[in-house]
Design a protein around this ligand. Structure first.
Ligand code: GTP
Length: 597
């Protein structure tokens, strides 16, 4: 392919501003594929993804575009994941581009994620083309939104395009703008191979498929591909592109995007952001910015039915084939039995995996409270990376505990600002910045990640009637006055419920957990004490009253099938219960009890 005629671009947008719709339109215009065919083939190709409207795995298509002057261009549209948990993946996708479309819903305006993605695009020196979408809506206010783009982002919006991805209005102009304004890729075909690993996934038949952007040199079958970060070495057996179907090619040259297959079995060897070179003629140095993916939120996943342990392990293994940012290892808990400690990029990532396990693999799970990774400075000089609150050493051995903080940006209509500030303050936040754009405020807070992992998103949505948008990135570790809060039921510690909390919040947190548990634990034949304690000191206590005797007398007599049904129902119910000493706790109690009001 003639390098001068290649254009590599991505679409950056806040969730629901119409990224998928525009991508579909662009593909249709270039390829003449029907909408249904599209949907079945690519972009958002997981059911769950479509339902949630979130793009998880980056996907890329190569398109042929014939400009009005007759020139044939090759357009590579690189899809970017649309959620805050995946900002590193977004950054890698953008690195593979020379330009991007900044898509903003003309009836909404600039949101927190729009902004976060623009910053990433600026970091990579991309040509940014502002595009206002949904101008067909009566509520569209293109002038106001253009002003926002200029004031909030600081980008010249005079050449912004006005389109409707839905009706197709203006989409042709978008293609023209891409070929005119986005620069062609640079790169030397004779130089040593230097290529970026943009994404990878596991294919049942092909093994690991790697999506790659070539910067210098050429990649072809037979190349001994060396990953500079993971040090993996494999012989390339096939290269090609998705146009949109998988199409083999002789080689991939500078500026090209495509896939490589090299008989790789383990997705760990193909880390997003790594540099691929030719072992026979390696490049001098790796591309900048490679970070191995590090999970930041951990939780325990246990089968509700102990007999499902093997099934859970298989299912986790299968999910992991496609997602190297997700980690798991066996864990056993006196309370919950055998399960797995799992690590995720963020809360949403956790929810996605949890939901897929329940839905696609039909597993009933008990999920313990999500926890961040603490750094425990011990008196003997050792630093412990703590993934599980139950593993916290005895306080006498601890010098200090550090916790991760994030820098969060919230954009919100003025009338809800007070609620947002209150929420951030309650979560130990420290305000960094507060600015206005029209009647919308942009607040920047430093917050302990620990305070965000429980229900911050939910709370933020509810106190702003869904109008706030949120984005964050890791800021660093800071020492905190943190303690372990144990939960005891009938005098027995429920290890899976232990929490690490800030001392100032131990008592209210303990009280709220106890109150909830009290309502969630079914009455037993005896009184049950529910307590929260720091060390040996009880900070909160509730009592589940004993059950009255006569409720058991219900189902004597009656016909046999009805009785059997009842028994079966009870049995199914049993599965979802966990025994703690003499007390059974329903699995739903675990997360519910840990939610904050
Ligand atoms: P995520 O995949 O969640 O990031 O969303 P997205 O940005 O890909 O948005 P998507 O394309 O799914 O569009 C969101 C909603 O807006 C859908 O209901 C679309 O039908 C609608 N939509 C997209 N473009 C337009 C448009 O130009 N006009 C109107 N009226 N609706 C649009």
């Amino acid at each position: 392919t003639d390098q001068k005629l290649i254009r590599n671009f991505a679409i950056i947008a806040h969730i629901d501003h119409g990224k998928s719709t525009l991508a579909d339109r662009i593909i249709q215009l270039c390829e003449g594929v029907s909408e249904r065919e599209m949907r079945e083939q690519f972009l958002d190709n997981m059911d769950l993804e479509r339902e949630r409207g979130i793009t998880i795995k980056a996907q890329t298509v190569r398109l042929n575009y014939r400009a009005p002057d007759g020139t044939e261009y090759t357009l590579n549209l690189i899809d970017t994941p649309g959620h805050v948990d995946f900002s590193y993946e977004v950054s890698r996708s953008l690195k593979a581009c020379e330009g991007c479309l900044l898509l903003v819903d003309a009836s909404q305006g600039v949101e927190a994620q729009t902004l976060a993605n623009v910053y990433l695009a600026l970091d990579h020196d991309l040509e940014i083309i502002p595009v206002l979408n949904k101008v067909d809506l009566p509520a569209a206010e293109p002038e106001r939104v253009m002003e926002e783009i200029e004031n909030v982002i600081g980008l010249d919006a005079t050449d912004a395009l006005m389109i409707s991805a839905k009706t197709g209005q203006g989409v042709g102009d978008v293609l023209e703008a891409i070929v005119k304004r986005v620069p062609a890729p640079k790169g030397d075909p004779k130089a040593p191979l230097q290529a970026l690993l943009v994404d990878s996934w596991y294919d049942q038949y092909l093994g690991v498929v790697t999506l790659t952007r070539v910067f210098d040199g050429t990649l072809k079958p037979g190349t001994r591909a060396r990953m500079l970060g993971t040090r993996a070495l494999h012989d390339v057996s096939e290269v090609g592109t998705f146009n949109p179907r998988r199409t083999k090619a002789k080689q991939l040259g500078p500026g090209e995007l495509g896939y490589l297959i090299a008989g790789i079995k383990d997705i760990d060897e193909t880390q997003v952001g790594d540099t691929i070179t030719d072992e026979a003629n390696p490049c001098a140095k790796p591309l900048e910015g490679y970070k191995p993916s590090v999970p930041v939120v951990f939780c325990g996943l246990f089968p509700a039915d102990a007999g499902d342990y093997e099934d859970l392990r298989d299912a986790l293994g299968k999910l992991r084939l496609n997602d190297s940012s997700f980690q798991f290892e066996p864990e056993s808990s006196p309370a919950l039995g055998f399960g797995f400690r799992c690590g995720f990029l963020g809360l949403l990532h956790l929810e996605i995996i949890q939901e897929r396990l329940e839905r696609e693999y039909d597993l009933d799970l008990i999920t313990t409270a999500p926890s961040v990774v603490y750094r425990v400075m011990q008196r003997n000089g050792e630093v412990l990376e703590l993934h599980n609150p139950t593993d916290l050493p005895d306080p006498v051995h601890i010098e200090a505990i550090e916790e991760p903080w994030i820098k969060a940006t919230v954009m919100v209509p003025d009338q809800f600002l007070g609620n947002v500030l209150k929420l951030c303050e309650e979560r130990r936040g420290r305000q960094v910045d507060l600015t206005y754009a029209g009647d919308r405020a942009m607040v920047v807070y430093n917050l302990p990640l620990n305070e965000v992992v429980y229900d911050f998103y939910d709370r933020l949505k509810s106190v702003t009637s869904g109008y706030a948008s949120f984005d964050y990135h890791m800021e660093g570790y800071h020492e905190g006055d943190l303690v372990k809060l144990d939960i005891l039921v009938n005098g027995e510690k429920v290890d899976a419920m232990a929490l690490i909390v800030h001392r100032s919040q131990a008592e209210p947190r303990g009280r709220s957990v106890c109150q909830r548990l009290k309502d969630l634990i079914p009455r037993q034949l005896f009184k049950v004490a529910v307590q929260a304690a720091i060390g040996g000191k009880v900070v909160a206590r509730e009592t589940v009253p004993a059950m009255r005797k006569d409720v058991t007398a219900k189902c004597y007599g009656g016909d046999i099938t009805r009785k059997r049904k009842l028994l079966e129902k009870q049995k199914a119910g049993k599965k979802k219960m966990r025994q703690f000493g003499k007390v059974e706790i329903p699995q739903s109690a675990f997360l519910a009890a840990l939610k904050m009001e």
